[in-house]
Design a protein around this ligand. Structure first.
Ligand SMILES: CC(C)(COP(=O)(O)OP(=O)(O)OC[C@H]1O[C@@H](n2cnc3c(N)ncnc32)[C@H](O)[C@@H]1OP(=O)(O)O)[C@@H](O)C(=O)NCCC(=O)NCCS
Length: 166
């Protein structure tokens, strides 16, 4: 766990650690096909979600806007390569298209780098996901290279690395 001491505040969102009380919400969110389709179709039982929240190499966050939970953001850390990590994110459908995703991602990315939790931070959108690539770009990530499908990706994807503007 590498959480900040207090929730992070962006311009439009707050980002706080996901807790056990969030499990039912997260299970319901993943049960929505318009969320699952962006997560390789994965859905989770309550027990599976509890295990996901307890992972040592992934920190789970809830994105809030105007006091309401609107999405999930996770930071993962490569155990083999100290200092390297990445982000994954989804917003519930009703929260999309208002700039909340880039705001939350940029806020967490800046904190992770600024607090020394990672030296290199990447994201891995599928190449077909124009909206996500645009959102990560707005959050400060830049394309590195296209990658072939592998264990963690069912189709061709784009490696992007965090290079915040000053
Ligand atoms: C990706 C996601 C997190 C982005 O957050 P968001 O708050 O919706 O992002 P924004 O509102 O800033 O929109 C991002 C950009 O995509 C653009 N966009 C919207 N729909 C688009 C589409 N179909 N194709 C291309 N760009 C699109 C928007 O115009 C915006 O760019 P602009 O601000 O320059 O106009 C959110 O849309 C989401 O949860 N999507 C489903 C899950 C997902 O794809 N997760 C990422 C997996 S890598």
């Amino acid at each position: 766990m590498r959480f900040p001491d207090t929730p992070l505040t962006g311009g439009l969102t707050n980002i706080r650690p996901a807790i056990t009380d969030d499990v039912d919400l997260l299970v319901a969110w993943h049960g929505d096909p318009d969320v699952a389709r962006y997560w390789d179709g994965d859905t989770f039982t309550r027990g599976e979600m509890l295990l996901r929240l307890a992972r040592s190499d992934v920190d789970a966050y809830i994105v809030e806007a105007e006091g309401e939970p609107v999405g999930y953001l996770q930071a993962w850390f490569e155990e083999a390569g100290p200092g390297a990590g990445g982000l994954d994110m989804f917003l519930i459908p009703s929260a999309r298209g208002r700039g909340l995703g880039p705001d939350a991602a940029s806020t967490l990315a800046r904190w992770l780098v600024g607090a020394g939790r990672v030296q290199r931070l990447t994201v891995d959108p599928y190449l077909w996901n124009d909206r996500a690539i645009r959102a990560w770009t707005k959050a400060g990530f830049q394309p590195v290279e296209e990658r072939e499908p592998d264990d963690g990706h069912t189709v061709i994807w784009l490696l992007m690395a965090f290079h915040p503007k000053a």
